[in-house]
Design a protein around this ligand. Structure first.
Ligand code: F6R
Length: 609
């Protein structure tokens, strides 16, 4: 997830581009850059680090010109650095490109372009676009971009500038957002509305597969096949503050709603073209080495630990490999048995959690191969791991983790399915069914989000309680832990996450009409057991809010309230079941008027022990 902007008009482009990028920094801040065109020359400035670093330098040495493009980067290919920062140029420096998204077939395109003599200067996927457009350019920029994008597999929002066509920007999108802003004698392009609001409220939302030729006077939009599109501009009603959060009241709510899109992004690129196999180019162990793995050791903290806990069920049942899991702060102070046949699975959104890093180093010293699942390119985990799988959740700004968690789950399911194939523990039919189910999850999650009004009502009714119990079994025991953690951290209501079967060994004493129980009771191997646990709560006058299957008549007989989720493979239910629990904690905290995005005593990244 990156932010891109473009400007063409009669004002100086640089301040407008920098201002727009400032509004888009929430989309990534690993590096930033701009390119400005003036008097037949394209000048480019780009810097690793936050935008302010670039802006500071620009104050001393401004780039002058009335046409330009800019980018703020959330790195996905190549570590954050000056050379990997956008804009990227072709061999001649006359064509420059900013891009948000992932070009999945960039390696094959790059190989071909290199054979044709193109020289690359960065490790990014984006640079292939600049060279591809160069290879097609014979005077018509629109056509060169259009032809190039027809060859691209993946997702993109792009803006292209060419020295030889000084009065034009070309912009296009597929699965990444892009908006055209219309002013008087000037036009704007941006990834998101906040970057436009200071200049215009008249916008055109480009749709997937559309490309626009933008001049000072306006924009002509076509599909990639050249078909003309006529669309009336829309008028934006948002104020600037709301717009930064995409119209949502808090980043947490925005991030909850982003989940169907980001879990789809996590899948994209790792499913083969036949959609029957998982591909993990980031995993640097050969199939032979993977077959020799005797144990997976999960290293993580907090929400990431809960993701790893779900992973344990998936790894053990699909790939039949034993999994040991402990919170990193405990793991690092005991003496786990680790050797060269151990796969240390490090999970960290930020890639900077101190305990996780320390436990990871210990595991590495003892000979384990470290496979990291992280959201932040260039983080310490990214730098020190042997193999990397990114989660592609985009920047997570709210302190309470939501979309990072569900993208971690998706990544872990992919690893489990890959291991299962390599280790021969799952037959082809079963694997195909799991892969199909995995690919349905983004759509199903969008359905789960439709329960928001119901969940909000429940939260309003229950946010006054002091204690709650979250119960789950099997693969949804971690869901109970994660649901309870979400409630605690943002609403400050005490929540006990428990394995439902353990309830009789103590926590049952807590149950009163004033202590509601949230139970995850989805179809599967432990469903009947969960029903028994729910009956036990009811027998003690407890109130039960159950998360269960949409079409489950039995659950209705026992639970007081039901939040329905669609059916999927039992192993994958945590991805869907956690969403209403995130919404429940959000609306409890919101009803209580609390600081949701920055709850008391917490920090987004725990970089101290
Ligand atoms: C909870 C939360 C924390 C983090 C934990 C690990 O909502 O965000 O529990 O999950 O601090 O952080 P990372 O994943 O950055 O290592």
């Amino acid at each position: 997830m990156c932010g891109i902007v473009g400007y063409i008009g009669d004002a100086e482009a640089m301040p407008i581009l920098l201002d727009g990028l400032r509004k888009l920094e929430y989309r990534g801040y690993d590096s930033a850059g701009i390119a400005v065109l003036s008097e037949g020359m394209v000048s480019v400035a780009r810097r690793q680090g936050k935008l302010e670093r670039l802006a500071g330098e620009m104050q001393a040495n401004p780039l002058l010109g009335r046409v330009g493009i800019g980018h703020t980067c959330w790195a996905t290919h190549g570590v954050p650095s000056d050379t990997n920062a956008h804009p990227h140029a072709d061999c001649t420096g006359r064509i420059v490109v900013v891009h948000n998204g992932i070009i999945e077939n960039y390696l094959s395109l790059r190989e071909r372009l290199e054979v044709d003599g193109h020289v690359f200067t960065s490790e990014t996927d984006t640079e292939v676009l600049a060279h591809l457009i160069e290879s097609r350019f014979i005077g018509d920029l629109y056509d060169a971009v259009r032809q190039s994008l027809l060859e691209v597999v993946g997702s993109y929002a792009v803006v292209v500038l060419c020295r030889d066509i000084p009065d034009t920007l070309v912009a296009a999108r597929l699965h990444s957002p892009l908006i055209l802003g219309h002013g008087r004698g000037e036009q704007f392009v941006a990834s998101d509305v906040p970057a436009l609001l200071a200049y215009t409220r008249q916008v055109t939302y480009l749709q997937n597969g559309e490309i626009a030729v933008v001049t000072r006077e306006g924009a002509r939009v076509t599909r990639l096949d050249g078909t003309e599109i006529r669309r009336e501009p829309a008028t934006i009603a948002w104020d600037a503050a709301a717009a930064e959060k995409g119209g949502y009241k808090h980043f947490m709510l925005k991030e909850i709603h982003e989940q169907p899109a980001v879990i789809a992004e996590t899948l994209r690129g790792r499913m083969g073209e036949d959609r029957a196999h998982v591909h993990l180019p980031g995993l640097k162990l050969s199939p032979d080495e993977l077959r020799k793995i005797t144990k997976v050791l999960v290293i993580a903290c907090g929400t990431a630990y809960h993701a790893g806990f779900v992973g344990k069920y998936a790894f053990e049942s699909l790939a039949r490999v034993p999994v040991e899991i402990d919170v990193a702060s405990e793991l690092r102070y005991r003496t786990p048995i680790v050797d060269e046949h151990t796969l240390a699975l490090v999970i960290s959104q930020s890639g900077e959690t101190a305990d996780t890093l320390a436990a990871m180093r210990d595991a590495k010293e003892h000979g384990a191969h470290v496979l990291a699942v992280t959201n932040v390119v260039g983080s310490s985990v990214d730098r020190d791991a042997d193999s990397i799988l990114y989660t592609y959740a985009g920047p997570e700004i709210a302190v309470a983790s939501t979309k990072a968690y569900t993208t971690q789950l998706m990544t872990l399911y992919q690893v489990a399915l890959y291991l299962a194939e390599v280790r021969g523990t799952l037959d082809d039919d079963a694997r195909a069914r799991f892969i199909e189910a995995l690919q349905r999850l983004p759509e199903q999650m969008a359905t789960v989000l439709e329960t928001e009004p119901l969940v909000k009502k429940l939260a309003e009714a229950f946010c006054g309680v002091h204690d709650t119990l979250y119960l789950g079994r099997g693969v949804n025991f971690p869901t109970a832990l994660e649901g309870a953690l979400k409630l605690k951290e943002i609403s400050y209501i005490h929540a006990e996450g428990y394995a439902a079967g353990e309830m009789k060994h103590g926590p049952i004493a807590l149950i009163t009409p004033q202590c509601p129980t949230v139970a995850i009771a989805v179809p599967g191997g432990v469903y009947e057991k969960m029903l028994s646990n729910i009956k036990e709560v009811k027998a003690r006058q407890g109130h039960v809010i159950a998360v269960g299957a949409t079409d489950d008549p039995d659950l209705r007989k026992y639970a007081d309230d039901i939040i329905p989720i669609p059916r999927t493979a039992e192993l994958f239910t945590p991805v869907l079941a956690i969403v209403p629990l995130q919404l429940f904690s959000y609306y409890c905290a919101d009803t209580l008027g609390l600081d949701i995005d920055q709850p008391r005593n917490l920090a987004k990244s725990v970089t101290v022990e």
